[in-house]
Design a binder for this molecule. Structure first.
Ligand code: HEC
Length: 125
């Protein structure tokens, strides 16, 4: 092979490699988008099943001031998903914990969803 054909040969290899990289990264992006959407609807489902009975629309039908709205969460020092997940697991005050029914990671999934809702004032669907 002369220099030029060698050069073209490697150029083609490089081109193939670039295509492969594009392909892999795009499937990865699609997957992570799907799993994001999945954990979002999982969070909503967990909330409906285990929390909405008392916290409908992020409120609190038992303790009026202990809502899941941003202002209340801030006032009570719970304005982060970790604190919400801990309460989901272990409960707080007169609320019991839901560790057993939420399943593995369920506390975090529902807490992330609640945290997101609180930042959107519980208005989005
Ligand atoms: C049977 C009713 C009931 C259910 C179901 C329930 N909670 Fe509660 N929740 C309460 C009550 C009552 C309080 C206030 C507790 C206290 O401070 O004495 C509370 C407080 C909270 C707080 C603190 C809010 C604040 O502003 O201080 C968070 C966070 C919370 N609940 C999350 C959850 C999550 C997540 C679920 C579902 C896994 C859930 N709750 C299910 C009754 C309930």
């Amino acid at each position: 092979m002369n220099f030029l054909s060698k050069f073209i040969f490697y150029l083609k290899k490089l081109f193939d490699l670039a295509i492969i990289i594009c392909f892999i990264s795009s499937t990865f992006l699609i997957q992570s988008n799907e799993s994001l959407a999945l954990s979002k609807s999982q969070g909503e489902n967990l909330f409906i099943q285990h929390c909405a009975g008392c916290h409908v629309n992020g409120g609190n039908i038992i303790r009026r001031k202990k809502t899941l709205k941003l202002a209340a969460l801030k006032r009570n020092g719970l304005d982060n998903p970790e604190s919400i997940a801990k309460i989901a697991r272990l409960g707080i005050g007169s609320m019991s914990g839901y560790e057993k029914v939420l399943g593995e990671e369920g506390d975090k999934i529902v807490a992330n969803w609640i945290w997101e809702q609180s930042q959107n004032a519980w208005v989005q669907g």
